[in-house]
Design a protein around this ligand. Structure first.
Ligand SMILES: Nc1ncnc2c1ncn2[C@@H]1O[C@H](COP(=O)(O)OP(=O)(O)OP(=O)(O)O)[C@@H](O)[C@H]1O
Ligand SMILES: O=P(O)(O)OC[C@H]1O[C@H](OP(=O)(O)OP(=O)(O)O)[C@H](O)[C@@H]1O
Length: 208
């Protein structure tokens, strides 16, 4: 590729190492040195920006990065529209309604389900579509504490292995949606760079 490098936003946190390993297995190597947040790969294919997971859609929406790697959970919460170009083979989870292990799912006396969650847009829309009234308490993490400490009987959260629920005597009451990790693109960026982006997608999807 003789063009300018593609711009890719990469989320800090649990996806970072998986993406780095996935790309390295396909010959694309990079590292962030001395706490730098922008890196270039050794072949000059990518300019990579390391951003906070929840901020990633903001960078791609505004075209600061043309591409990003992100889970459906964060994409949905952002409310922005992107092209989902490729589903990556790691980071899959399930968005679940969970509560105390032996609890039946019950609304309060007013018929309202009280739910603590980080994912307020998803939770509001999901229960709205089910015609279920829901009262949400927004938390930013350690959501499993809510039923344990009595803040709310139910939570909506991501479940991967189920070990956090189990350790807190909680259980999945309903699986609401499968959540996958994708390569996303800003639609306008894709329109102008589709040949180069499609070539990158082919590299991403190669067998290692
Ligand atoms: N066990 C898991 N728990 C949460 N997210 C997971 C899990 N496994 C994979 N993911 C995916 O990885 C993405 C990044 O997760 P990570 O924990 O790094 O972000 P975060 O929870 O937003 O981080 P922060 O701790 O900065 O709030 C999630 O948005 C989700 O799509
Ligand atoms: O099913 P598991 O494999 O146990 O994974 C799910 C847990 O991991 C995530 O939390 P995270 O570790 O990101 O911490 P947080 O509560 O601060 O978001 C998620 O919110 C669950 O708590």
């Amino acid at each position: 590729m003789n063009n300018q490098p593609l711009t890719l936003a990469l989320p800090k946190g649990r996806l970072e190492k998986d993406v780095q390993a996935h790309l390295a297995a396909r010959g694309i190597n990079f590292s962030f040195e001395n706490r730098k947040l922008v890196a270039q790969d050794s072949q000059g294919l990518l300019r990579i920006m390391l951003v906070k997971n929840a901020d990633l859609p903001v960078y791609v929406h505004h075209g600061i990065a043309g591409l990003g790697i992100c889970g459906d959970d964060v994409l949905y919460e952002s409310g922005y529209d992107f092209f989902r170009l490729s589903h990556l083979p790691f980071g899959s989870t399930k968005m679940c309604l969970a509560g105390r292990k032996d609890d039946e799912l019950q609304s309060s006396q007013g018929g309202v389900l009280r739910v603590a969650t980080k994912f307020t847009r998803f939770t509001r829309d999901y229960f709205h579509n089910q015609d279920t009234a829901v009262e949400m308490i927004k938390l930013n993490g350690s959501v499993e504490l809510a039923p344990v400490l009595g803040l709310a009987p139910y939570i909506v959260d991501l479940v991967e292995t189920g070990s956090t629920l189990k350790a807190n005597n909680l259980a999945v009451l309903q699986v609401l949606q499968e959540i996958n990790v994708h390569l996303i693109a800003n639609p306008a960026y894709y329109k102008y760079h589709y040949k180069q982006v499609d070539q990158f997608v082919r590299i991403l999807e190669q067998e290692a």
